[in-house]
Design a protein around this ligand. Structure first.
Ligand code: NAP
Ligand code: ZN
Ligand code: ZN
Length: 347
């Protein structure tokens, strides 16, 4: 077994603290990489606090993981020692269902194995995430990261990047579309970058007036303060798509009134409580309410290659792992500019 250092929550009420654990030895198809940086996703906070469902503890969060390969198994063909590597939210899946065969491992019909707070395909071995110094992953769930990208700023592409890239591609959002990005945080700022790169007219819908300058720097064409009734009134029935990245409970009906006829409200944010939807919000204007979860392995590699080609990374604030809870506190206040990334050298 490989002795590993990490940060874990022992239960849903405890803070993260140093915790040593073991990872499996490198198998014939495995890749081991030492973790240089790990992004901090709002899902990390939801999960250590049991916002969604009872978690598996001790829990080592982190699913925006990048680093350098230190060992490969005898049958590994896609990677070699010294390569840069990344792992996102998934580390395994059944590989035999229709979704897996199509490269939609996130929708594996028997349940994919998450990078942490999850069980392996044996349904009994817990997984531990990227707030740690090293990781062992089957090569099929490891991504190539271009050395053209800033490595720390590339880490958030593994979740915030693919989670916003995938729905924009699925709904073919681009030239001629008016896209609203709801919530300018980790996911939201990546959605703005991709929306602009794909040619859409992008509007940020935000509760934070002081993010307007940043939104425009990110490439957004318009900015609407959602707490201002006058601005909301002016934005009525104007968008083809809303990409909803909000992490907290919010009134989806109010936002759906900003869609044009046939508009689509796409949820990627996962608030702890269910949405309340009024039927009138969807029947008037024949609107659709949709959702999307991360992305499969082939599309994640496609997104990373797109980012390397177009020099797209996340805007990050590099943190010492000891300050993780101060970063979570800022995240709860919507004060993320625009992704915290842990420098794993501080572990
Ligand atoms: P984040 O960085 O904290 O950003 C969330 C943003 O939502 C905030 O910055 C804020 O933006 C806005 N917001 C917060 N509270 C709000 C409220 N009460 N009403 C309206 N807006 C509010 O979080 P993140 O890491 O981007 O994650 C966002 C959500 O996506 C989380 O729930 C996370 O679990 C989920 N997620 C889902 C997937 C998936 O596969 N579907 C993948 C990753 C993450 P403003 O200041 O601009 O209002
Ligand atoms: Zn995430
Ligand atoms: Zn499957």
């Amino acid at each position: 077994m490989i002795q590993t250092k990490g940060y874990a929550a022992q239960n849903e009420k405890s803070d993260l603290a140093p915790w040593n654990f073991e990872r499996r030895e490198v198998g014939p198809h495995d890749v081991q990489f030492d973790i240089s940086f790990c992004g901090v996703c709002h899902s990390d906070l939801h999960q250590i606090r049991n916002d969604w469902f009872p978690g598996i503890f001790p829990m080592v969060p982190g699913h925006e993981i990048v680093g350098k390969i230190v060992k490969v198994g005898a049958h590994v063909t896609k990677f070699k020692v010294g390569d840069l590597a990344g792992t996102g939210c998934l580390v395994d899946s059944c590989r035999t269902c229709d979704n897996c065969k199509e490269g939609l491992e996130q929708y594996c019909s028997t349940g994919p194995t998450g990078t942490y707070n999850s069980l392996g395909q044996d349904k009994k071995t817990p997984t531990y995430g990227g707030y740690s110094n090293t990781i062992v992953v089957h090569e099929d769930f490891v991504l190539h990261i271009s050395d053209k990208l800033d490595l720390a700023a590339a880490a958030p592409l593994l979740c915030a990047g693919i989670t916003t890239y995938s729905p924009l591609r699925h709904w073919k959002i681009g030239k001629g579309h008016k896209l609203a990005v709801l919530g300018l945080g980790g996911l939201g700022h990546m959605a703005v970058k991709f929306g602009v790169a794909f040619g859409a007219e992008v509007t940020v819908l935000s509760t934070s007036p002081n993010k307007e300058v940043d939104a425009k720097k990110l490439g957004a064409h318009n900015f609407v303060v959602t707490t201002d009734p006058t601005q909301i009134k002016a934005a009525k029935a104007s968008f083809d798509f809303i990409l909803d990245t909000v992490s907290a409970p919010h009134d989806i009906n109010m936002y759906m009134s900003l869609l044009r006829t046939n508009g689509v409200h796409i949820c990627v944010g996962v608030p702890p409580t269910p949405y309340q939807i009024n039927a009138f919000s969807i029947i008037g204007g024949r609107k659709s309410l949709a959702g999307s979860s991360i992305g499969g392995l082939p599309e994640t590699q496609e997104m990373l290659d797109f980012c390397a080609k177009h020099n797209i990374v996340s805007d990050i604030e590099l943190i010492d792992i000891k300050n993780i809870h101060a970063s979570y506190d800022r995240m709860i206040k919507g004060d993320v500019r625009y992704r915290f990334v842990i420098d794993m050298a501080t572990l």
